[in-house]
Design a protein around this ligand. Structure first.
Ligand code: MG
Length: 260
């Protein structure tokens, strides 16, 4: 496991951040009205301007929704739908093929039948994913919310994967997940060190791809493959700030020695 100091001096650094629960808190009913941690955003923006440093926000949100809610800008890379859609990559914006669309259509019928009985549960439709949301329902009726998630999680189909998260069940027809995305991006830029911070079940696939030269940080409680754990968004911000400070010093030293 790497430390922040190791990562700050690595030749080619890749910083990957989850969004919801990592850079922003939650809102029970409006996913575009979430409290965003400005300190984390500032630190990631600074990191993205440094040499040999790539910053990406990797989220389960669809790409357009992620870009709408997250105040960062290029050169920060946005990867939505768990990496199935990446900003600046046309291949990632093609959309599902006929077979995937057919699987999604069958899934929609089954999910609509499950949530029909509970008006405060709903199905979010993303290009490659469907997400059953029960957060609002869980506040007044946790048992019904759990029943809906249990019923949804029973659905199986070839080419379809599902995963449970915090008050959600998420279905995917894409082969991409946070782990495959991080691995691909690491190879693409030749990263020698990766920092990945996330809070939820889908982030575990990302943590699982990390190696000795990397650092995975889990936000909040729960089983994890990450090597470090922090309690909340303020601690996440401190990590990004410290890395931005250390990486800035590294870049200055490097710059200075190359001029000698
Ligand atoms: Mg999250």
């Amino acid at each position: 496991m790497s430390t922040l100091s190791d990562l700050a001096t690595t030749d080619e650094l890749l910083v990957v951040s989850d969004f919801d629960g990592t850079l922003a808190g939650f809102h029970p009913s409006d996913i575009y009205d979430v409290p965003i941690n400005g300190d984390s955003i500032d630190a990631l923006a600074r990191l993205s301007q440094l040499p040999h440093t790539t910053v990406a926000v990797l989220s389960g949100r669809h790409l357009a929704g992620l870009q709408k809610v997250c105040p960062l800008e290029s050169p920060v890379i946005f990867a939505g739908s768990h990496g199935a859609e990446t900003s600046g990559e046309p291949s990632g914006e093609r959309g599902p093929d006929a077979q995937q669309l057919s699987i999604l259509q069958d899934l929609d019928e089954q999910l609509e039948a499950i949530v029909a009985a509970a008006p405060r549960a709903y199905v979010e439709k993303k290009p490659y994913h469907r997400v059953v949301h029960v957060a609002e329902l869980a506040e007044e009726s946790p048992e019904t919310a759990a029943e809906i998630c249990d019923a949804a999680a029973q659905i199986r189909a070839p080419g379809l994967t599902s995963m449970r998260g915090k008050n959600i069940v998420e279905f995917s027809v894409s082969g991409e997940n946070k782990g495959t995305w991080i691995s691909r991006r690491r190879t693409l830029i030749g990263a020698t060190g990766v920092l990945f911070i996330g809070d939820d079940t889908t982030d575990e696939l990302g943590f699982a791809t990390l190696s000795e030269a990397d650092l995975g940080v889990k936000v909040g409680p729960g089983d994890t493959a990450a090597t470090l754990r922090v309690d909340d968004l303020a601690e996440v911000a401190r990590i990004y700030q410290e890395l931005a400070e250390l990486r800035t010093l590294w870049a200055r030293r490097r710059d200075g020695s190359s001029r000698d």
